[in-house]
Design a protein around this ligand. Structure first.
Ligand code: ZN
Length: 588
């Protein structure tokens, strides 16, 4: 980590969690805590709590929890360093310049300039649209019935027919030609040694990243020019395989699903019709990066592609990429070959909502239907072809239940007994032994023993944190290195150090020592996983069992890895003690 720990703590101290979260969630005070609707899952009654005493938050609905850093990381999709910067800024704390090489510094400077250039360009395009020279473009938007409000929300603009307007404008702002050409908005012309604008005579769509920074543009030609749509090229800021148009807005919709459409205009039309959870890929096939990006916000997507061949092919390509990342995928076919925009204009947004609710196919249904169309099922040979293709696809379904259901379905369509189809599928699997399905099945499920050990470590850490009195007794039996889980071991180490210095445990402070979201969540789960003891005896038994389980695993692990004879003897002694462990933990 490249900021000193004291500084990280200072920043956390200066950002009261209830204030920071209060900027995102409406909080009401009840007792010592605040409650509100969880921003991380969809709910109608508040199960999201914020504790000012502990400086932690926790959701009883979805289990999200952590300190103020965790919250910002989760909410803004930031890394730890970005969250530190954000909160330092919020508290007016100046961060020291992080250590950077000359080359890194230069790159950062250029990135900053490119971001500024994109803001200037967007403002310039926007003012063009509303000047006399933008009349044609504005007319186009009016014909497509894009409201003034949404023109503004999406920052729509116009690149004029002149071929170097923007270039001159940006030069007048004092940028160097070399940086301008790195923005991709201006193209050097070798022969004339001049510069030209990439976009001219186009309706301009600024492309935002999830933090609302403009990183590129898409342009739609006005009239019949080619290509119809043109995007910014790859730059230091822009990589179209990693961004989705509209995600900056869709991610804040906090809906259970995200709709994926084909183009800019579809996104805008759907937004205007009240669907805030909609994105489009930027004129490119769906990539695994897109899937990862979406998975941060939702577990389900609805693909809304045109019903032409290109649209169907795009959907078919996107399905396995999304499902591979654990995103359940549905497909919506709009009746009558219409695009979403036309459909809503004709039938209204309520009707479109109904379509999404009632007329979506699961990805498998969609694929089966396409196969049915492909083969003439009245012809025996083609029927065999259908069964073969469908059978192979069925093998890729990860869920056993889903596989069973669709296998029955396909057997019915093919007019053969399910058992026959299943036998065929076994054969296909033997022919193609490396299948997603078999890979998934071979993945080792965590053993029950491991889960128990995990729980015991977490539980004991909770007790150690919340009951300082017990520490003196427990530390005789268990040491930080006995925690086999690396993260838990670090937490234990910290707890022991704090107690040995006669200090108090600061739960949020422990969380802040970890820099990845996964670790932070794991650590905060220690403090939120309350244990209720019904009696003193039960408490004694639980703690006893926890220590025994952890110690056993620790001894087992160390005896497997050690080569030192003395160490081995020590382990044998420890084992003997453990077997005779008979302690009264709760006398004090
Ligand atoms: Zn929640």
């Amino acid at each position: 980590m490249y900021y000193p720990e004291e500084l990280i703590e200072e920043i956390r101290f200066q950002n009261a969690i209830e204030d920071v979260i209060g900027e995102y969630v409406q909080l009401k005070k009840r007792g010592n805590s605040y409650f509100g609707l969880c921003p991380f899952h969809n709910e109608k009654t508040p199960s999201f709590s914020v504790s000012p005493d502990k400086q932690m938050y926790y959701c009883f609905g979805c289990g999200a929890g952590g300190n103020v850093y965790t919250f910002i990381m989760q909410m803004e999709n930031y890394g730890f360093i970005e969250a530190v910067k954000y909160l330092a800024d919020r508290a007016n704390i100046t961060l020291p310049e992080p250590e950077m090489s000359e080359q890194e510094k230069r790159k950062t400077r250029i990135r900053e300039q490119l971001l500024e250039i994109h803001i200037h360009a967007a403002r310039y395009f926007y003012s063009n649209l509303h000047a006399k020279r933008g009349k044609k473009a504005l007319e186009y938007l009016e014909n497509r019935k894009v409201d003034k409000k949404y023109q503004k929300v999406f920052g729509l603009g116009y690149a004029t027919i002149s071929r170097n307007d923007l270039y001159h404008y940006l030069m007048s702002k004092g940028y160097q030609e070399e940086v301008l050409s790195q923005s991709g908005l201006v193209i050097p012309e070798k022969r004339s040694r001049g510069y030209f604008d990439r976009f001219f005579n186009r309706l301009m769509f600024p492309i935002f990243d999830v933090h609302n920074r403009i990183i590129g543009f898409g342009g739609r030609v006005l009239g019949d020019g080619q290509p119809k749509y043109l995007n910014s090229p790859e730059t230091l800021l822009f990589d179209k395989s990693k961004h989705l148009y509209g995600l900056n807005i869709a991610r804040t919709a906090r809906k259970d699903q995200i709709l994926i459409v084909e183009g800019y205009m579809d996104v805008i039309a759907l937004q205007q019709a009240g669907f805030s959870n909609v994105v489009a890929s930027l004129g490119t096939a769906f990539t695994p990066y897109h899937a990862q990006l979406l998975r941060r916000y939702v577990r389900e997507v609805v693909l809304i592609y045109d019903s032409d061949e290109a649209g169907i092919r795009a959907a078919l390509r996107a399905i396995p990429i999304l499902e591979n990342d654990g995103i359940s995928t549905k497909v919506l076919k709009i009746p009558g070959q219409q695009d979403p925009d036309d459909y809503i204009k004709q039938y209204g947004s309520e009707a479109f909502k109904e379509l999404i609710e009632r007329r979506t196919y699961t990805s498998m249904e969609f694929e089966i239907e396409l196969m049915i169309k492909k083969y003439n099922l009245n012809n025996p040979d083609e029927k065999i072809g259908f069964i073969k293709e469908a059978g192979k696809r069925l093998l890729q379904i990860k869920s056993n239940v889903a596989q069973e259901i669709y296998t029955q379905e396909v057997a019915k369509i093919g007019g053969i007994p399910v058992e026959t189809l299943k036998k065929e599928m076994v054969r296909y699997q033997q022919i193609q032994p490396i299948h997603q399905n078999t890979i998934v099945k071979s993945k080792k499920e965590p053993l029950e023993k491991d889960i128990g050990l995990h729980k015991a470590q977490r539980g004991l850490l909770y007790i150690l944190c919340t009951e300082p009195k017990l520490y003196k007794l427990l530390q005789k039996y268990i040491q930080p290195q006995d925690f086999t889980d690396v993260t838990y071991q670090q937490v234990a180490q910290y707890i022991y150090t704090v107690y040995n210095h006669n200090k108090k445990i600061d739960e949020a402070g422990i969380v802040a020592r970890f820099s990845t979201l996964a670790e932070q969540q794991k650590v905060s789960a220690i403090f939120t996983g309350k244990i209720h003891f019904q009696s003193k005896e039960q408490k004694q038994k639980i703690i006893y069992d926890q220590i025994k389980l952890i110690k056993q695993a620790s001894i087992e692990y160390r005896s497997r890895t050690t080569t030192d004879l003395k160490e081995l003897q020590k382990l044998i002694e420890e084992k003997r003690q453990l077997d005779h462990m008979n302690i009264s933990l709760l006398d004090g």
